[in-house]
Design a protein around this ligand. Structure first.
Ligand code: UD1
Length: 428
């Protein structure tokens, strides 16, 4: 029976091919920076197609704590930043949500001051924020590190030229958000080119910002005096789409995905084709685009190196790896973005998967069917990977989740059930 200690149990009866259509939710990694960017205008910004996921609820809570009014209903998020008054992002908030670092740039820009804490380590490896701090320093911010507490101050931010040592998504976003109201021109080199960075730049432009080059790796921002509230519809979540495609690759079947632009899934779709999936694309971009995938064989072995966009997304490494665990050949996955992102790969042993990990590389020898297993989700995408493995297991698997999955998927159980998966859920 369902109770209330926050443990969600998924009971998955495997070997049911997936069939049907699914509309993909709005992109988590686009919404979070846009929520931060809303703080830059004194007024009410409205963002639609916002996924109802814990990360959005947490960010909304932090933004409220800073004095903004937030309404979130029916996937529509309204943030009124007129009353922005706070400048402290509490240690508790940072602990719950690493992406709270995205507030540094906007807060510094609008309030001239921020107090926050270093994000702790996490299961997918060290996730420092040194690039975020360095680019803000280069724009004139003074940042003191007081035993883990960070105090950043800047009466005014100034245009700068800054080269990122690595194209960090969050640091690029932070820098752009700091630069839009800075005095003068900022040139950012070796920027992340992820679609979510481009979406943030478009969002900021609709607020009155002057930004160019976001798809080229070199972003130029001409500071303006003031930004204005805007309205925006969030693009579909490419990681969510990739998850369901990987699930169908593992289970076999035929699914159709809408709500996400295929053009932002080029590498994952290329990999799926190599795995043997038949893929048809209707309209590469725009709201009516569709991806139809038919999987009539076991996934053939592939070689994947994760990398910054347009490379293969690290966030899809674990779900593709899980599909290959139930494949017909040998695969090699090299993780180049995070140093320790194979926790899910190791947990696949619970399903009888043959996976060996050496440093940044995992070798997978596919076997089918997998065995039914019992496992606990290690993190958000790793949790989805365990569900993918369970879909290809001959029997009843049990997966326990302590809130990881709802950080990024509105309701992954519901979505997979809609596609014909046999999944029961309950809360303990
Ligand atoms: C974003 C995504 C996350 C995705 C990641 C990589 C959001 C909310 N999250 O995270 O889902 O997995 O991009 O595509 O958009 N690094 C540093 N110093 C820094 C910043 C980053 O060394 O100051 C390193 C990180 O440790 C990591 C790499 O750079 O090894 C990439 O991180 P980054 O692109 O910044 O990821 P996030 O923006 O945190």
């Amino acid at each position: 029976m369902c109770g209330g200690i926050g443990l969600r149990i998924f009971k998955v009866q495997g070997l049911k091919p997936l069939h049907g259509k699914i509309k993909i939710q709005g992109a988590k990694n686009a919404v979070l920076p846009m929520m931060a960017a809303s703080l830059l205008a004194e007024g009410r910004t409205e963002i639609r197609n916002v996924p109802e996921i814990t990360d959005v609820f947490l960010m909304a809570e932090i933004v409220r704590e800073l004095g903004c009014q937030v309404e979130f209903r029916d996937n529509v998020l309204k943030i009124n930043a007129f009353g922005l008054s706070g400048t402290v992002i509490s240690e508790k908030s940072v602990g719950k949500m690493r992406s709270s670092s995205l507030l540094l740039g906007p807060l510094l820009s609008r309030a001239g001051e921020v107090t926050t804490w270093y994000p702790g380590g996490c299961v997918i490896g060290k996730r420092p924020i040194d690039y975020h701090l360095d680019v803000l320093r280069s724009m004139g911010a003074e940042i003191l590190d007081d035993g883990g507490m960070l105090i950043a101050k800047a009466k005014k931010l100034y245009g700068t030229t800054f080269r990122f040592p690595y194209p960090s998504v969050g640091a690029t976003e932070n820098a752009v958000m700091a630069a839009v109201l800075a005095s003068g021109t900022t040139k950012l080199v070796n920027c992340a080119k992820e679609p979510e960075v481009a979406e943030l730049c478009g969002f900021l432009r609709s607020m009155g910002a002057k930004i160019s080059g976001e798809r080229t790796g070199i972003i130029t921002v001409d500071g303006v005096e003031k930004l204005f509230p805007t309205n925006h519809v969030t693009a579909g979540d490419r990681i969510c789409a990739g998850t369901y495609l990987a699930a169908a690759a593992a289970s076999g079947g035929k699914i159709e995905i809408t709500g996400v632009e295929p053009v932002i899934l080029v590498e994952p779709l290329k990999s799926l084709r190599k795995m043997g999936a038949g893929i048809r694309i209707f309209g590469a971009a725009g709201p009516k685009a569709r991806i139809c995938m038919a999987m009539e064989q076991r996934p053939a072995g592939i070689e994947i190196d994760t990398g910054p966009y347009p490379g293969f997304p690290t966030d899809l490494q674990s779900v593709f790896l899980a599909a290959e665990a139930a494949g017909s050949g040998e695969s090699r996955f090299r993780e180049t973005v995070y140093e320790a992102r194979f926790e899910a790969a190791m947990r696949l042993a619970a399903f009888g998967a043959d996976v060996s990990v050496q440093k940044d590389t995992a070798i997978i020898k596919g076997r089918y069917p997998l065995l039914p297993g019992i496992a606990e989700t290690p993190d958000l995408r790793g949790g989805a990977a365990l569900l993918v493995a369970a879909l290809a297991a001959d029997g009843l698997s049990v997966i326990a989740d302590r809130g990881h999955l709802s950080r990024g998927y509105e309701d992954i159980g519901r979505d997979l059930r809609k596609l014909g998966a046999d999944i029961e859920e309950c809360e303990l």
